[in-house]
Design a protein around this ligand. Structure first.
Ligand SMILES: [Cu+2]
Length: 145
């Protein structure tokens, strides 16, 4: 009896651990990584999770730069929240177009980093626009494991 109760509890616990989460990324004028920033700039998500880009300070917008094969790109509207459900494994690179030169960009990893080489190339291409915070995107990509 005791064993089956433990098993039932474990099933409940493991069930709650695999349920999809919502991960919030704030669009800020000033954050811990500097000015004009997504926070957190690197997130690790699981397939089926929802990313919520939260418009906190005005003037920002999120758009994907690179998505894994088969994943839909996204493009938000200025000063609007955007939710995006991550359905494909891999690395997603995104930016805020008006602040691309200030390295307002971020990285989302979903499951295994299947397209890391492509993501590095896309980040290197994006970094050509950066006039400041030149290593910000590299720092986020370095957290991809
Ligand atoms: Cu911005």
């Amino acid at each position: 009896m005791k064993t089956s109760a433990t098993m039932a509890l474990l099933l409940v616990l493991s069930g709650s651990m695999v349920s999809a989460k919502t991960i919030e990324i704030k669009m800020l004028n000033n954050g811990k990584d500097g000015i004009m920033v997504f926070e957190p700039g690197y997130v690790k998500a699981a397939k089926g999770d929802t990313i919520k880009f939260k418009s906190v300070d005005p003037g920002h917008v999120t758009a994907s730069v690179l998505t894994p094969a088969g994943a839909k790109p996204w493009k938000g509207e200025l000063n609007k929240d955007l939710t995006y459900k991550v359905e494909k494994e891999g690395v997603y690179v995104y930016h805020c177009e008006p602040h691309a030169a200030m390295a307002m960009a971020g990285v989302i990893q979903v499951g295994a980093a299947t397209n890391l080489e492509d993501a590095k190339k896309a980040a290197a291409e994006e970094a050509k626009k950066f006039a400041m915070n030149k290593d910000r995107l590299d720092k986020y990509l370095a957290q991809v494991k």
